[in-house]
Design a protein around this ligand. Structure first.
Ligand code: M6R
Length: 607
């Protein structure tokens, strides 16, 4: 999505600070970028560039910014209007005095635009954002905060807005609703950002703005108002361990994050499982276990939705609790039956996904029990839920969610084991699962050693136009996640299917050019999968098998990727790593930007 960044203080630093800030935020939205800097003599420069932030930097390098002390910058993920320079933020008011950057969507922008056009305002872009700055100028009463209050009363939608006034270089002001925004305080510098982690290393403390807050920031003061009154927002100290990740020796973040997974699992276990005593520890889950939960609904999007589907498998099979899993966009508008014996779990890597956040708020308004599985402490979903498990995956920069998925799935398994203890535990099976969890980081490390072998098989299929990913039961979820990764990273059409369901229609698509991947490690559905594969082969289709190392039928398969299975419940953790590397190598061999695939953004903060 779009991201905003602002800086105020040292003459000569503004453009450099803004560009560096945008580069740290770029993974979150990257189809175009722009900046505006001002100085104390009311000079203003606006630069915009389509494409990556580096294009903006190259353009900016041709300018002299030595007097400019304040600036705002923006990375865009287009919603209203194509990816063009004219649509890049910042946008200026008619007179050129006010300038704005915006993250969100102004839903009633066309009415407001029409009203302003009738007053002879002219527009230079197709964006919804431009109306905010034009309207601000139209209603400006000499006081920034009072004018923003009036502006907010006219707008419907989601916004994080930051304004500069060319004629007063000492002040930035704005407001936010449903779009994240923080104020950051360095020794002397002041910052505004959509993501506080982009400020780590620059600031000592920060304020997370709440919905409806209106702020004003100067080099030596700040004000936050909520509903016309001064709002007492807590200044929080920076946690340096959360700093934006660095690439190290890896060629890109995706590969780095895939290889981090053994360590991530060790982090997510820490303090939560005692492998010697077979005991589980969590204050949050201890509280949840007292609620008398009879049903669970999981609400999430994308990869987080898939982790919810695996969560369903664990919670139903182990803890005997029925679970519904629904994508946030659908949950939000469907009829709800919130009851006191139901737990609603909201899953999100970023903790900012707007549909998941809105769904959570709706359930809370109806007094439902809510719980979040999130990766980013302090994120909107974590704050709104009030009780959570953190996935401890560390900053995930690659747009494709990899390590966060693995830690989300583990959190579900942990929850299921915890509730199972209170609900008919089979202690022998429980110990078997705990023992296998203990082995998991090493099993993933071993699998990562096969990176080159996986690459060789994957690249053989890189030029296929279509794929089926086939599986049964919880492996169907892995197939779904696999399929999403291939579409997202390689831009190749793929479908996840229950292997048993193919013959009900979709097998008609199979020919020599339409390969299928099938997980068949030897579980109880193995003979069923084998029959489905035979049906595909009989129609000239190729099947790549993900099989156990000891599979005695290797010679009959077109291609194989072999692994050492653990127990059935734990195998999805291994299979998902194979799929991540498979999608990665196909995308890489096709020359795709695996960290920043086209048309996407890391966090989806607009509806
Ligand atoms: O931050 P969230 O987990 O709420 O994000 C949800 C989806 O947008 C996200 O998982 C998306 O599907 C990933 N890019 C998939 O790799």
């Amino acid at each position: 999505m779009c991201w905003v960044f602002g800086y105020i203080w040292h003459p000569g630093s503004a453009a450099r600070e803004v560009i560096a800030g945008l580069q740290r935020l770029e993974y979150r939205g990257y189809d175009s970028a722009g900046l505006c800097v001002i100085d104390h003599a009311s000079n203003m420069q606006v630069i915009r560039a389509v494409g990556k932030v580096n294009n903006l930097k190259v353009k900016s390098d041709q300018h002299d910014f030595s007097t400019y002390h304040a600036g705002i910058g923006h990375t865009r993920w287009a919603t209203h209007g194509g990816v063009t320079e004219a649509n890049c933020h910042p946008h200026l008011s008619q007179s050129g005095r006010f300038v704005v950057i915006h993250n969100g969507i102004i839903e009633n922008y066309s009415e407001l635009k029409q009203e302003l056009i009738e007053k002879w305002y002219t527009f230079n872009s197709e964006t919804d954002t431009e109306v905010t700055v034009q309207l601000f100028e139209d209603i400006f009463d000499g006081d920034y905060l009072s004018t923003i209050t009036k502006l907010v009363s006219r707008m419907h939608g989601a916004y994080g807005l930051v304004f500069l006034d060319r004629d007063n270089g000492n002040t930035m002001f704005g407001t936010k609703k449903w779009s994240p925004m923080v104020l950051g305080f360095g020794k002397t510098e002041r910052y505004i950002s959509s993501d506080y982690r982009s400020l780590i290393g620059l600031i000592d403390d920060y304020i997370i703005l709440e919905d409806g807050d209106i702020f004003l920031l100067t080099p030596d003061n700040y004000q936050v108002l909520s509903e016309w009154l001064a709002a007492d927002r807590i200044r929080q100290t920076v946690d340096e361990s959360e700093k934006v990740a660095e690439l190290g020796d890896f060629p890109n973040f995706m590969l780095k994050e895939v290889f981090e997974q053994p360590r991530v699992l060790e982090d997510v276990f820490r303090g939560r499982i005692d492998f010697d005593a077979y005991s589980l520890h969590s204050h949050t889950l201890a509280h949840i276990a007292t609620l008398g939960i009879k049903r669970i609904t999981v609400v999430a999007s994308g990869t987080s939705y898939h982790s919810g589907l695996l969560g369903k498998y664990y919670l139903e099979e182990l803890a005997n609790i029925p679970v519904d899993v629904i994508v946030s966009t659908e949950f939000k508008y469907k009829k709800k039956f919130v009851s006191t014996d139901e737990l609603y779990i909201f899953v999100s890597q970023s903790g900012e996904t707007i549909d998941t956040l809105d769904s959570l708020k709706i359930v809370k308004e109806q007094w439902g029990h809510v719980f979040a599985i999130v990766n980013v402490p302090g994120s909107a979903i974590a704050r709104a839920a009030g009780q959570w498990l953190f996935t401890r995956a560390g900053t995930e920069v690659g747009v494709a969610s990899t390590k966060a998925f693995v830690s989300q799935v583990w959190c579900f398994l942990f929850l299921a084991l915890y509730l199972w203890q209170k609900n008919g535990l089979d202690y022998r099976k429980y110990r078997e699962i705990i023992d296998s969890i203990d082995k998991l980081p090493e099993a993933i490390s071993d699998l990562l050693l096969q990176n080159e072998a996986i690459k060789q098989v994957a690249e053989k299929y890189a030029h296929s136009q279509n794929f089926f990913y086939l599986g049964r039961a919880h492996e169907l979820v892995i197939a779904m996640e696999w399929s999403l990764k291939l579409k997202e990273l390689a831009y190749i059409h793929s479908e996840a299917y229950s292997s048993g369901e193919l013959k009900h229609g979709s097998i008609a698509l199979i020919d020599a050019e339409f390969p299928s991947l099938m997980v068949n490690w030897g579980g109880i559905l193995s003979p069923k999968n084998a029959s489905s594969a035979e049906e595909i082969r009989a129609r000239g289709g190729k099947v790549v098998w993900i099989i156990a190392k000891w599979d005695s039928n290797k010679h009959i398969y077109a291609d194989t990727i072999e692994f050492n299975p653990l127990i059935s419940e734990l195998n999805p953790f291994l299979e998902v790593v194979i799929l991540q590397l498979w999608a990665y190598h196909i995308a890489n061999s096709l020359g795709r930007d695996v960290d920043k695939p086209r048309n996407l953004a890391k966090s989806v903060t607009v509806e």
